[in-house]
Design a protein around this ligand. Structure first.
Ligand code: DGJ
Length: 722
């Protein structure tokens, strides 16, 4: 996986599909020589062209052609001739410039742990690591670049450790990686959006200058995802070069691609430096979050496949990482805060008769929380609503043959709460200023260890008090008003300290409760990132439960996140977010296509025939669950009015095809969809169509979609190999 060629000081990192080559130049500069389709050997025949470029400064007197301004650097700071966006800015008594030169390297099997951070993992057979120390003599600073190669998985991970030597320094910026590439003709793919409209797949040609996304909300956010891909302009679903990167982090981040006047690109990701700094005393070090980097020439489907496989097997941990997820019913849209034990058990009873496997009690079970204005922080059951406590409720639900799950929002505090009355100083706020509310709540200061302990203790006490096998961990506002009692320097450390506190709490809880499936949520997908997926292998994708709204949200989320991680529910009509009335069949088909399937409505409000339809959907999902959650997903033909996709089980024995048409149109053309991923030689039977087809027919001729003049029409065809 990692080859070191001593004579030329070359490092050649190889995965299944790509090569990543670096070289140490004579003066110690570490440069990138190649990143792209796998090559067998890098012979260095294609030499670096050194030119005397006007206004590109040189550190070597008498040599006007050597300038770091024009080299493809691996990691650099500004101030000594590189005028592009720096990877590192470190301030000390010598200024901010660093002259980072190769010092030594190590190659070893496996991968070191990054303390306190979420990260990829793999066995010594799966991953090999290269660490390169770059050193600045004047400031005595060492920067260790880590490259871990997951060859078969087609991923490279990168992170950076910055170590102060004899002098104290302040880090103003420390990205996880930057890469310089010798071309700029790419399209940038990102996942953007807003609340209830998350993960819009956005594609834009890389402009002249810099294209960046990021967050300074204290969370990765609904509107930006720590992911960026650079794809060839002609890349399609099935072919073409795609470079993709993720940051394994849940807080403020930035991702950028910057072009230069010489048509090269610098690409990078890391903690957002607008809201970050970190004091390093002499001898201290700082570890950046880890980034994942991949390349494929198998188009966007290839990128999706690599990303799903890697995240599923090398980010998600614990017994649920590969386990089929339970079909759940959640009471949020069924009752909101207005429930008691009887009402919950009524819904649970009907749910159990349909074959649903898990009941999730959402917000409102604790303190005196009858609306969203109080009680966050008071994690004590409300006896008026639940006279038999959570233990009693869980038992009754278990008796119905279902598991029991519970909602928490542990990072928050209501001003109207016993916790706030006891510990007002635990809330993030500036004394002397008005509170800045969001949903009438404040955020707990997770940078304080005693607050993290409180969260771990209170959540643990509840989890120990009843048979709870699922937790929905919500987070419904962003961070404002950084406390005034922090020294100025610490203010910029605060956001990262908060995230480290959160990771600490989660690590302790998931270790203590391995039998619990944790699902993350932040008003839907407000913090749906790989940082949290390391602890919680599932995420509630969006508060938008409208089947049509969900099409783009699920498409964007599944562009890179494994389908097993995406919570997708059927809700009532008219839909609570947009008022749309869609057929139950389409709501079911879209949610089943979305991932970890469930319901979020009062089943008792449905007519008997719809309850029967729910039971049939549940039965169907059980038959296709493993294919949807752990199969290969292919996006199929898409128009502005239609969407289609197919899941193929790993052994190609089952395929689940879904087609959705949004609006009926007069004299609409017929729609022909070609399927993908099937065994071309095999015969597949589709019960819904009452027909048997060969894989090659379905993939080359395709199927003509039914011409039905109805809005929100959909079909689901399940193909089983015979
Ligand atoms: C926001 C979540 O996204 C919803 O599903 C629900 O849990 C509410 N919070 C409860 O307050």
């Amino acid at each position: 996986m990692i080859h070191h060629q001593e004579e030329m000081q070359l490092f050649h990192l190889q995965t299944r599909e790509f090569s990543y080559v670096m070289q140490v130049l004579e003066n110690g500069q570490l440069v990138n020589r190649y990143f792209g389709k796998k090559i067998n050997r890098f012979s260095s025949g294609n030499k670096i062209t050194y030119l005397d470029r006007a206004f590109s400064p040189s550190p070597i007197t008498g040599n006007r052609t050597f300038s770091i301004d024009t080299l493809q650097l691996e990691y650099s700071s500004n101030g000594l001739g590189d005028f592009r966006t720096a990877a590192l800015e470190l301030r000390n008594e010598f200024g901010t410039a660093l002259d980072l030169k190769y010092k030594e390297h190590r190659i070893f099997k496996g991968k070191k742990e990054l303390p306190g951070l979420p990260q990829s993992f793999g066995s010594e057979d799966e991953v090999e690591t290269l660490e390169i120390d770059l050193y600045d003599e004047l400031t005595d600073v060492t920067v260790t670049l880590s490259y871990s190669v997951f060859s078969e998985l087609n991923y490279l991970t990168r992170s950076t450790l910055i170590k102060a030597g004899r002098y104290a320094s302040k880090i103003e910026k420390a990205y996880s990686f930057t890469i310089d590439m010798p071309h700029r003709d790419v399209h940038v793919h990102t996942l953007t959006g807003r609340y209830a409209y998350e993960k819009e797949w956005t594609v834009t040609p890389l402009p002249n200058g810099k294209y960046s996304i990021g967050s300074i909300r204290g969370a990765s956010s609904h509107s930006r995802t720590p992911f960026m891909a650079l794809a060839a302009e002609d890349a399609t679903e099935d072919a073409g070069q795609v470079y993709a990167a993720h940051l394994i982090y849940s807080g403020n981040f930035t991702a950028f691609a910057e072009t230069t006047a010489l048509d090269t690109t610098r690409w990078g990701m890391g903690i957002n430096d607008e809201t970050f700094s970190w004091q390093l005393e002499a001898g201290d070090s700082f570890q950046t979050p880890e980034a994942l980097i991949s390349y494929t020439d198998k188009g966007l489907t290839g990128m999706t496949r690599d990303s799903h496989n890697f995240i599923r097997d090398h980010i998600c941990r614990g017994e649920f990482a590969r386990k089929e997820r339970p079909i759940l019913i959640n009471n949020w849209e069924a009752t909101y805060f207005d429930f008691n034990e009887e009402k919950i058990l009524d819904i649970a009873k009907t749910a159990s008769q349909t074959g649903i496997e898990l009941f999730v009690l959402d917000d409102g079970w604790f303190g005196k929380r009858n609306d969203d204005e109080s009680s966050l922080g008071d994690w004590v059951v409300n006896p008026e609503k639940l006279p038999n406590g959570l233990g009693g409720l869980a038992r009754s639900i278990n008796d119905l043959g279902m598991e029991f799950g519970l909602w928490f929002e542990p990072e928050m505090i209501s001003v109207d709460s016993d916790l706030y009355r006891a510990h007002p100083d635990w809330a993030i706020q500036i004394s002397g200023r008005d509170h800045i509310y969001s949903r009438e709540q404040l955020v707990l200061n997770l940078a304080k260890p005693e607050v993290v302990d409180y969260i771990v203790d209170t959540v643990s006490a509840i989890l120990e008090s009843a048979n709870i096998t699922y937790v929905k961990w919500d987070m419904n506002r962003n961070i404002t008003a950084i406390p005034e009692d922090l020294a100025n320097d610490q203010k910029h450390e605060f956001y990262h300290c908060y995230i480290l506190g959160l990771y600490d709490a989660l690590e302790r809880l998931v270790t203590r409760f391995p039998q619990v499936l944790f699902e993350s949520c932040s008003g839907g997908g407000g913090r749906n990132d790989l940082g949290l997926m390391y602890y919680m292998p599932q995420a509630w994708a969006s508060d938008n439960t409208d089947a049509i709204g969900r099409l783009s949200i699920q498409e964007g989320t599944s562009l890179v996140y494994p389908v097993s991680s995406i919570g997708a529910h059927v809700s009532a009509v008219p839909n609570h977010q947009v008022g749309r009335i869609t057929p139950l069949a389409t709501r079911g088909n879209v949610a089943m296509m979305g991932g970890a399937f469930g319901y979020e409505l009062d089943l008792n409000q449905l007519p008997q025939e719809e309850i029967q339809e729910v039971a049939e959907q549940v039965q169907t999902y059980k038959e296709i669950r493993s294919t949807v959650q752990y199969g290969d997903y292919y996006r199929l033909k898409k128009t502005s009015n239609t969407q289609a996709g197919i899941y193929i089980s790993p052994d190609q024995s089952q395929a689940v095809f879904t087609f959705v048409k949004i609006l009926a149109q007069p004299e609409a053309p017929l729609i022909q969809v070609r399927l993908k991923g099937l065994d071309p030689e095999a015969a597949y039977h589709c019960e819904a169509l009452g027909e048997t087809f060969y894989g090659d027919e379905l993939m080359n001729i395709g199927l003509t979609m039914p011409h039905v003049q109805k809005d929100y029409f959909s079909v689901q065809y399940i193909f089983n190999k015979i």
